[in-house]
Design a protein around this ligand. Structure first.
Ligand code: C2E
Ligand code: MG
Ligand code: MG
Length: 764
């Protein structure tokens, strides 16, 4: 890595230094009045330096296409030999004949250089196996060949008609330049980035071709402007050498991952211009009367015509192939959007769509549509004990088996997880739907072979809902089937249950009550009662628990058991809790004011759903922020089941405790967790459920003792709930509970019936 960075830095410096140094040398030698011999020496030096530069650059940067660069070095080397022999012949031996041995070296250099460039971009081109660019290059090259033949080669040959050998050699130069043009077009049309090395190589080629063409033209018209041509050749060398030493020279041969076409429009323009060369030549001939080689024009036109036809047929093929690929992709996307990738069944969206179709048809035909909601029993165990791979295999098997049970026209979909849906049309009798459900349960419950070593069994509970389009919607039908499956599970699993009239009424009542609670919160129909919590060491009231009631118009005061379960079935409970939090804390702030201290605590119950939501943090912060009470005065009561619901609840509690809020574990002893496990949870207080305080049996008394001891061992203070008699109070005091709460110590009452200034009155 480090070495690479160093070689990159060296390469950049070398490349720049070379470009500037030799560039200036070239300009100076051509501009200043120096003797011819000096100029020739500079020329030889520069052309030799390219070979060195290419070798140095290749060794330094180690590109993929080393062979290509070495070919270019050889090509340039051949030209060095050619230049030297030419200058030697001219300056020392004063040879004026044409051709000489140096022409052999010159002409040999061209194909070697062209091959080097072709090889250089081979890997770039590989990413796109496409004959198109090649055909385009061929067309343009053919056009240029024609032009070069008409303008340069043929007149050259004619001017040397007395010596056919010389004519052939002279005509070979423009032909060789065509090779370079081909290489240039290949370079330009190769995909991938345009690095500094790329640009310099391009410049070198363009300068070279221009200089060569000018040289032939000047020869032809016997104009002595050698110095301009020489100038361009030298600059081309410098650009070439600088390209070879630049670190970006490696990118030229790097394969391109997503080839984008370069110069698409430019290439088209080049092809069009090339094909217009023939008519242009004829037009010039017609207008000026200059004689042209008609056969060359004919041959050139035919070649270009054939190339263009090939290009067209290729393009048509490519378009057809692209179209086909697009259609395939569209089909695949459609399947992906509508199907569950694991089982191949309709996904939730598609299932809803299919059900909507069934309902629509049932409305028109007056028939009934049935929805079977299938929930697997015991699937979680398979997943947990044998891994997701086995779980996936089970889901696939179940999907297959269900597919085999249904009639044509009905469908099976996967709603997600281990929940499936079956839609059936034309249900004439409830019994048919129930029979299908039973068949599905039987099929699913058969042993499933996961692999050679593992056979598992899962079961299924099914909820059925029936309806007609116009009378019911897809959502309602699915909801009803969902509720029925919930009841089927509650009824002992492995059975099918039909959503009936009473269930429908219950669902409606549920919805109505939910709406009523929303309104109750908005209209302040909820009220809080406060029950004192007594410190058993001081016999004083240390705080209160806020307990919600609903003063429902026309019905009277409702207790939490009568409406909380409904609020708890949705996020509505969070709004309710937030209202309680705010109201209780506001009351506490008023008491703080009255008492002139900040010693009372206020306990507020927070449901499991709320405590596992992020919003609890904001709700608590908002309540504290508005009232300005100490966080330590607020106690959050959560039940142990709420804490078993995953890490979100524990995280939130941790954050709340961090701000100073006290956390209390409510109804302790009613869950399933062992006490030691629970005591590791982030809590400050433990409220032992009242069933343990009820001193009926010695066994419960021992349990109570055990819990108090465990809590003390973990340094957690204990509140005894439900103290109704003096002997219960004596017991919990004796066992070492710090606090007690119960009807004996104080009933939950509205704030106006409390006198927080005289706490002793309340502590009985
Ligand atoms: P909890 O948090 O365990 O509250 C104590 C419950 O025991 C209260 O019933 C209280 O009236 C009752 N209680 C107190 N002392 C005695 C006693 O000596 N004997 C008997 N038999 N019962 C006693 P309540 O007010 O009906 O509340 C029932 C439950 O509803 C609460 O149990 C709490 O879990 C929940 N709850 C009450 N208010 C809220 C609230 O604002 N938000 C949430 N999420 N839940 C609340
Ligand atoms: Mg409570
Ligand atoms: Mg409790």
């Amino acid at each position: 890595m480090r070495d690479q960075a160093i070689s990159q830095r060296i390469g950049t410096r070398l490349s720049r230094g070379y470009l500037v140094g030799f560039g200036l040398l070239v300009i100076a030698s051509e501009m200043l009045p120096v003797p011819r011999a000096v100029q020739d020496t500079v020329y030889d030096l520069v052309s030799l330096s390219v070979v060195v530069a290419i070798v140095v650059g290749t060794r330094l940067h180690q590109p993929r296409a080393r062979v290509a660069w070495y070919l270019m070095a050889i090509g340039q080397g051949l030209w060095v030999i050619a230049d030297t022999t030419f200058n030697w012949g001219q300056d020392v031996l004063h040879v004026e004949t044409f051709p000489t041995i140096s022409d052999g070296f010159y002409l040999l250099g061209y194909p070697v250089l062209a091959a080097g460039i072709a090889l250089l971009v081979k890997d770039r081109m590989r990413a796109r196996r496409d004959l198109g660019p090649f055909l385009d290059t061929a067309t343009v090259t053919a056009g240029l060949c024609l032009l070069s033949w008409i303008l340069l080669a043929r007149p050259t040959i004619e001017s040397l008609h007395q010596s056919p050998g010389a004519a052939a050699v002279a005509a070979a130069y423009p032909a060789m330049d065509i090779l370079l043009v081909g290489a240039l077009i290949r370079l330009v049309s190769s995909p991938g980035g345009r690095s500094p090395a790329f640009r310099m190589l391009l410049a070198a080629l363009a300068l070279l071709i221009t200089a060569d063409t000018l040289s032939v033209a000047f020869d032809l018209f016997a104009t002595n402007t050698v110095s301009v041509v020489e100038y361009l050749w030298l600059l081309s060398y410098v650009a070439w050498g600088s390209a070879a030493m630049h670190p970006s020279m490696t990118e030229l041969s790097d394969p391109v991952s997503s080839p984008e076409l370069h110069f698409r429009g430019l290439r088209l323009l080049a092809v069009v211009l090339a094909t217009l060369i023939s008519p242009a030549i004829l037009a010039v001939h017609e207008v000026t009367g200059v004689t042209v080689d008609v056969w060359a024009v004919i041959i050139g036109s035919v070649v270009m015509f054939l190339l263009v036809v090939m290009r067209m047929s290729l393009a048509i093929e490519q378009i057809a192939a692209a179209h086909e690929a697009l259609e395939k992709l569209q089909d695949e996307l459609a399947v992906q959007a509508t199907h569950d990738p694991l089982t191949g069944l309709a996904n939730r969206t598609q299932s809803m769509r299919l059900l909507a179709g069934s309902l629509g048809r049932s409305r028109r035909s007056g028939t009934t549509t049935g929805v079977l909601f299938i929930d697997l029993d015991g699937f979680k165990d398979v997943n947990d004990s044998h891994g997701h791979r086995s779980g996936d295999a089970v889901l696939r098997q179940v999907a297959l088996r269900m597919g085999e049970e249904i009639r044509e026209g009905d469908f099976v979909g996967r709603l997600g997880g281990d929940e499936f849906v079956v839609g059936i049309e034309d249900v004439t009798d409830e019994a048919d739907a129930i029979a299908l459900a039973d068949r599905l349960i039987a099929a699913i419950s058969k042993e499933i072979v996961v692999d050679e070593t593992l056979n598992v069994r899962v079961g299924a509970s099914v909820g059925i809902a029936l309806g007609r389009g116009g009378e019911t919607s897809v959502e309602t039908l699915l909801n009803e089937a969902d509720l029925a499956v919930y009841r089927a599970k509650a009824a002992g699993r492995g059975c099918a249950l039909l959503f009936g009239g009473d269930a429908r009424a219950a669902l409606k009542r549920h919805h109505d009550t939910e709406l009523a609670i929303v309104e109750a919160i908005a209209r302040n129909e909820l009220v809080l009662h406060y029950q004192p919590i007594v410190n058993l060491h001081t016999s004083e009231v240390d705080g209160f628990e806020a307990l919600v009631r609903w003063d429902r118009p026309g019905i009277g005061l409702l207790h939490p058991a009568q409406f909380l379960p409904i609020a708890e079935s949705s996020d509505l409970i969070c709004d309710l809790d937030a209202w309680v939090l705010q109201t209780a804390v506001t009351q506490l702030a008023a008491w703080n004011e009255e008492r002139g201290d900040r010693e009372l605590q206020m306990a507020v119950n927070i449901s499991g759903r709320h405590i596992s939501r992020q919003r609890i943090r904001h709700d608590v912060a908002a309540a504290l922020g508005v009232t300005g009470i100490d966080p330590g005065q607020l106690v959050i009561e959560v039940t142990e089941t709420a804490l078993m619901d995953g890490s979100a609840a524990a995280d939130n509690l941790e954050v709340l405790r961090g701000t100073g809020v006290v956390v209390s574990l409510d109804d302790f002893g009613t869950g399933y967790q062992s006490s030691t496990q629970l005591l590791r949870l982030p809590v400050d207080l433990l409220k032992i459920d009242r069933q343990y305080v009820d001193t009926g049996s010695p066994a419960t008394r021992s349990l109570l003792e055990l819990m108090v001891k465990a809590a003390q061992a973990f340094g957690v203070r204990v509140v005894a709930e439900g103290v109704e008699h003096q002997d219960q109070l004596d017991l919990v005091r004796r066992l070492g509970c710090e606090y007690a709460q119960g009807y004996y110590l104080g009933m939950p009452v509205p704030a106006e019936r409390l006198h927080p200034r005289e706490p002793r009155m309340l502590s009985a």
